[in-house]
Design a protein around this ligand. Structure first.
Ligand SMILES: [Zn+2]
Length: 168
């Protein structure tokens, strides 16, 4: 998978500024760890929540990262809202929580962000479309500030002002 332009600079930049970075993905641990290692980002990510993968007798097994029934909007193996809430509950209260994503399964956490939070939906992807739909309805479900992006430099500009000239 080719990285989204700016994503390496974004993750490294956030870590350098003392942000905690939680990676929530319905991929699997082998793929994610390989990706992070290849891009020299293992140290920059505080925690990864994903499906656990392992090889046994030459076969690849994937175990669901959770088995949840609490959220009816999300598949049983992963509700990113639950994962995010669990992560936050183990830490001192954050002054600011921001969330970037593109998939359908990013919509649930987007609706649970506080008003002072920010959600970054990738423009033209399912999350962006779902947010647009709810924001134009009579009962919008997203309270956080919405900042659509085409590449991660938009997010860098918003979160790390003064760092927009990070070398590619
Ligand atoms: Zn959910």
């Amino acid at each position: 998978m080719r990285p989204t332009p700016g994503v390496e600079q974004l993750i490294a930049g956030l870590a350098a500024e003392g942000w905690d970075v939680l990676l929530l993905t319905d991929a699997n641990s082998i793929f994610v760890n390989h990706w992070l290692k290849t891009h020299n980002l293992l140290e920059a990510v505080t925690q990864v929540v994903t499906n656990r993968a392992f090889f046994e007798r030459g076969r690849l097994f994937i175990e669901p990262c959770m088995r949840q029934t609490a959220c009816s909007r999300c598949p049983s193996n992963l509700c990113k809202s639950i994962a995010l809430a669990q992560f936050c509950s183990q830490r001192p209260p954050y002054a600011r929580v921001v969330y970037a994503g593109d998939g359908r399964n990013d919509y649930c956490p987007a609706t649970n962000l506080p008003q002072h939070g920010t959600v970054f939906p990738r423009r033209g992807f399912p999350l962006d479309n779902l947010i647009k739909k709810t924001q134009s309805s009579s009962t919008p479900q997203v309270n956080a500030k919405v900042v659509p992006w085409d590449d991660c430099f938009t997010i860098i500009k918003e979160l790390l002002p003064g760092k927009t000239k990070i070398e590619c």
